[in-house]
Design a binder for this molecule. Sequence first.
Ligand SMILES: [Zn+2]
Length: 185
Amino acid sequence: MNVIKSNRMKLFFCILITGTLFAAPSCAQKQLQSAGLNTDQTMDSLPSKIIKTDEEWRKLLTPAQYSVLREKGTERPFTGLYENNYEEGTYYCAACKNALFSSKTKFDAGCGWPSFYAPLIEKNVNIQIDRSHGMMRSEVTCAHCGGHLGHVFDDGPKPTGQRYCINSEALIFKSKAEIEKSQSR
Ligand SMILES: [Zn+2]
């Protein structure tokens, strides 16, 4: 009788430990998500994360796009294609077509680059500390291909107070009409 009870206890603990082990990763993920940290970097509508060699990116991008997206360059202010574009639509990553910003959050910051107060979907961009040029800034990159987009500052308008200062060369704009046309095909 005692042997059976002991075996049952062993089985119980075995199930308990196994359950804890398997449950652990999802618990950690939930904690990260509740802390506002993104654990899922896979873009919903695109194939898995893009990794290409420099040579492949050079073939795919124009020299100006390559300079910004792959070499963290900055286009000269007030020269970009989208700085004064206020047509309704969506801005995509010029390298991988990840949807990044909406015309709905675009505003005139007067700084010479397209400015947005929020990304289209938070997980589609990554933010990291940039200590280059003797400054401490928050760099914005595409979460799908890792391409450099620009920087984000805390001097934006309501409701977020943020200013995503983005290079036109890192973006491709599609108007609402163009998007609807391609979806109805
Ligand atoms: Zn991208």
